[in-house]
Write a protein that binds this ligand. Structure first.
Ligand code: SF4
Length: 243
């Protein structure tokens, strides 16, 4: 296998950390993660906000228009479930719009893709949103659409946010003063920050995982099989072996 064009990303690190064999199934064997309502709904909300802000639309009616344009049926189990999520999305966007129209901050970027280097590897990612506040400070915003708000500790340890801070400083020459996870279903942000040490630890982890991937170390973590999306497809899964 050629690793010439290999690029690491948060999603790849996440898959490999869960189970190296899961990484192989997704990124080498090209198996798709089974779609479900939550995955589809997350994409719809992210795409709607990206369309709305990137086209500089202003009104709530325009926000609902882009929401309708971005709506998809894939992954929903029934028309009833589809309808329930659709209504939930409308309420989320209503609350979002109420908060957004009060802010005086400038949206600098939405769905901002970046590519940077970590050691000899390329690292790629997409940041949901970067705002510039009236006092000249910057904020990275990561949208979440699930209903549960994370504890502060989980937000503080989230490695994806650490990569975003690293990318902002290295690629965009922006030093973010604030990092927030915006739990859209509750219209609530949880704020955090990252230290130099946090960034060094995240870079070391990504280098280590990139090395293991390019050395083709895909040792399965069998203790994860019960929670795995691929337990019915993976050759190592006890569920599959029992069939
Ligand atoms: S089923 Fe088990 S071994 Fe296979 S990818 Fe999932 S966690 Fe890894």
């Amino acid at each position: 296998m050629s690793w010439k064009d290999f690029k690491i990303s948060y999603s790849r690190i996440n898959a490999y950390s869960f189970c190296p064999q899961k990484y192989k199934l997704i990124y080498i064997d090209n198996l798709y993660v089974p779609l479900n309502a939550d995955i589809t709904f997350g994409h719809i909300i992210h795409n709607s906000l990206e369309s709305y802000h990137s086209q500089d639309k202003q009104t709530f009616e325009e926000l609902i228009d882009v929401y309708i344009q971005n709506w998809k049926k894939d992954g929903f189990e029934s028309p009833q479930q589809n309808f329930e999520y659709y209504e939930r999305g409308k309420q989320i966007l209503h609350n979002y719009f109420g908060s957004f129209k009060e802010t005086e901050s400038e949206i600098l970027y939405t769905e901002k893709s970046f590519e940077t280097n970590i050691g000899k590897y390329k690292f790629v990612g997409i940041i949901d949103r970067i705002d510039k506040h009236p006092d000249g400070t910057y904020e990275i915003i990561d949208y979440k659409t699930h209903s549960k708000i994370w504890e502060q500790e989980k937000v503080d340890k989230d490695i994806q946010l650490t990569f975003y801070v690293y990318a902002c400083r290295n690629v965009l020459s922006i030093n973010p003063n604030k990092v927030s996870v915006y739990f859209l279903s509750k219209n609530k942000k949880v704020y955090t920050q990252r230290t130099k040490e946090d960034i060094e630890t995240a870079l070391e982890l990504s280098l280590d995982i990139a090395e293991k991937i390019t050395n083709e170390d895909f040792t399965p973590l069998l203790e994860k099989c019960g929670q795995c999306d691929f337990k019915n497809k993976c050759a190592y899964s006890p569920d599959k072996l029992a069939k």
